[in-house]
Design a protein around this ligand. Structure first.
Ligand SMILES: Nc1ncnc2c1ncn2[C@@H]1O[C@H](COP(=O)(O)OP(=O)(O)OP(=O)(O)O)[C@@H](O)[C@H]1O
Length: 626
């Protein structure tokens, strides 16, 4: 059985007849037999196929920055005109993500720098990059809605988008054959100079939807627009005079893991160009981050606290050259928790307001957040929505199983041992639970690691790296890492605790399960449910019905009256209004919300086979024709 076959995985789950999980699954708790804790492991995790469980390598803490820098200096450099900062061979434990290798080039010999095979391999190899899955066409068939005054004609092919040659090359190296729907609309919208507010499902390529057009527009203009900076090839820390960072692009996002991930994506798309990306985030080394900025920075990615800190040090960072400001996970960023920081970033620097294009992206976008977003954008901003705001997608099979709180640990073990080993994220609601579950599994020799806000940044980075590289294929996490994490072959998400409303509710659920089933891949999400989760039940059931997931017996009471699973019209399901056009009818539910502006699927269903070329070659279906 393949570890990637979620059907087989759930069959295996159903076939397993030991332990509390299997006993209770799909059954009504009122009539279920009390579950037993008497499961002993018939096989060790390693006999079952899991990798060996290894403890955290605390020795990596003891490496000094100097030692790491010396090791990096030994990295291969075949072309003397290219200066690669950071480890070309990839980061080792104990190294900061902000010091990852970026392409640097003198730039005196034309618009596109020479290739650097080692760096190219690091940036674009599959282990660092999620490859599109066989259900990619499902993404392309989602409804796209445009609201507001401006209508955009989508581009169906990267080749038709007017991209800079260096960008087109990088898009090919990344293995992107055709743009996803959100990209089809954002590319032309950025090229036409609009502000954008965009909402599209998890794992549908929103990062590239802003990075590709924004960076492409700046390529070729970098020399003219960018601030003077030291020659990257002859730069010597401590000897070459530093400059202050004057980025052209600022990307703000709510968590550190996401910041470094966007930085990685920016490193890919800036490859062989003069644009220099940097990342700053809390918990990381201030001095080292300043040292990176001091070499010049065109594209800055950051978390709000550290960005504000640096904005308040004008000799380190100024926003006066800024052309683009992008807020990722915008609904989270517009939350009142971040208000002071976000206001400071949006207007507190010395940026020249009129010159800046603003963009906001997220997979979930509650109505109040969308209204708030509108206040920060130009009146003629473009509003794009792929599917219903906050919806999940069919590539993820969602199972809900009844597990009493006291039996969750045992049920988790049963679940992990009843399926083929696969990269799995286990979500919990508290740091304490995170540590407890981590200890429990580790003591049973499951190769796991954990991440939560109480861990040091070094531990967090090493944890994510160990998970990404497959050394620790089970990651236990609190919501801190739910948003945005994009890791290849995450086959299974387990909600050990469902996110009740005080832990983010259904939006948090959507972001969590969205760590699997990305960009057309299949995924499985299993959630443990019991009496304590009544708060989320109603909206959870609607979310399940929307993508035609099975409803277990204990949740059937929450099926909306008159709706027959499998036969009901999902457009009659009542969700929060999707439309921002103030149409009262829009409040009637998802169907009405998609209402008058409802657009054709981004690519025609009959033109959506695996072959990229067969996908719609014209840009029909968009704009006024809708
Ligand atoms: N056109 C494309 N073709 C193939 N793969 C793509 C394409 N666009 C993006 N990807 C890949 O899809 C994956 C998911 O993209 P990304 O992380 O931007 O999703 P997202 O929409 O921001 O998700 P989330 O809401 O969870 O943050 C990434 O690994 C990215 O490299």
């Amino acid at each position: 059985m393949s570890a990637w076959d979620t059907k087989d995985m759930s069959t295996a789950l159903a076939a397993e007849d030991s332990g509390p999980l299997a006993q209770a699954e799909g059954s009504n708790p009122a009539v279920a037999e009390p579950a037993t804790l008497a499961v002993t492991l018939a096989k060790t995790p390693q006999e079952h196929g899991w990798a060996a469980a290894e403890g955290y390598n605390y020795a990596s803490y003891n490496k000094s920055f100097k030692e790491i820098a010396e090791e990096n200096a030994q990295a291969s450099m075949e072309d003397p005109s290219i200066g690669i900062q950071g480890a070309v061979g990839g980061l080792r434990p104990g190294e900061w993500s902000s010091n990852a290798a970026v392409y640097e080039w003198e730039g005196d010999v034309g618009d596109i720098g020479p290739p650097h095979p080692d760096l190219e391999k690091q940036l674009f190899s599959s282990e660092h990059h999620v490859k599109a899955g066989i259900q990619f066409q499902n993404i392309a068939m989602l409804h796209v809605t445009q609201e507001g005054e401006v209508r955009i004609d989508p581009v169906r092919k990267f080749e038709d988008a007017g991209l800079h040659p260096a960008m087109l090359e990088n898009v090919k190296l990344a293995g992107y054959a055709v743009p996803t729907p959100i990209q089809q609309y954002c590319l032309p919208a950025v090229f036409k100079g609009y502000d954008i507010v965009a909402c599209a499902q998890t794992g549908s390529g929103k990062t590239a939807a802003f990075l590709i057009p924004v960076l492409s527009r700046l390529m070729g203009k970098a020399k003219k627009l960018a601030a003077p900076r030291p020659n990257p090839v002859t730069f010597q820390p401590g000897i070459t005079p530093p400059v202050r960072a004057e980025p052209l692009v600022l990307i703000v996002c709510p968590n550190r893991e996401l910041a470094t991930q966007i930085f990685d994506e920016a490193r890919r798309f800036c490859y062989r160009t003069m644009l220099r990306p940097c990342v700053v985030y809390g918990g990381g080394p201030v001095v080292e981050q300043i040292m990176q900025l001091a070499k010049g920075c065109d594209v800055l990615i950051g978390t709000p606290g550290r960005l504000c800190d640096f904005i308040n040090r004008p000799h380190v960072l100024t926003l006066k050259r800024l052309r683009y400001m992008i807020i990722d996970e915008a609904d989270e960023m517009l939350h009142s928790d971040w208000e002071t920081e976000l206001n400071n970033i949006m207007s507190g620097g010395d940026q020249e307001e009129g010159n800046i294009k603003y963009m906001m992206f997220s997979a979930t976008f509650p109505k109040e957040a969308r209204a708030l977003a509108g206040k920060h954008l130009a009146n003629d901003h473009v509003r794009i929505r792929v599917g219903r705001a906050g919806s999940t997608h069919k590539n993820i099979k969602q199972d809900i199983v009844w597990v009493e709180s006291a039996q969750k640990k045992q049920a988790l073990l049963d679940l992990l041992m009843s399926l083929p080993p696969a990269r799995t994220i286990v979500f919990v609601n508290s740091r304490r639970a995170c540590d407890e579950v981590d200890d429990y599994l580790f003591n049973l020799k499951i190769p796991c690691t954990a991440i939560h806000s109480g861990r040091t940044q070094r531990e967090r980075e090493d944890s994510i790296r160990a998970f990404r590289m497959g050394k620790c294929p089970v990651l236990i996490a609190t919501g801190v890492s739910a948003r945005g994490l994009d890791i290849g072959n995450v086959n299974h998400i387990i909600n050990y605790d469902l996110p009740s409303p005080q832990f983010g509710g259904i939006d948090e659920y959507t972001h969590r399960i969205g760590r699997t089933g990305r960009i057309g891949n299949d995924g499985l999400a299993t959630s443990f449910y019991n009496d304590r989760d009544a708060d989320i039940s109603e909206i959870l059931v609607k979310t399940l019905l929307e993508t035609e997931q099975p409803i277990p017996d204990f949740l059937t009471q929450y099926i909306p009256e008159g709706f027959v699973p499998g036969q009901g019209n999902i457009n009659t399901l009542q969700f929060e209004a999707d439309s921002d056009d103030g149409d009262a009818e829009a409040d009637a539910g998802a169907g009405a919300g998609w209402g008058t502006d409802d657009a054709a699927p981004a690519a025609l269903p009959d033109a959506a086979p695996a072959s990229a070329d067969a996908w719609g070659t014209t840009s029909g279906g968009g704009g006024a024709g809708w």
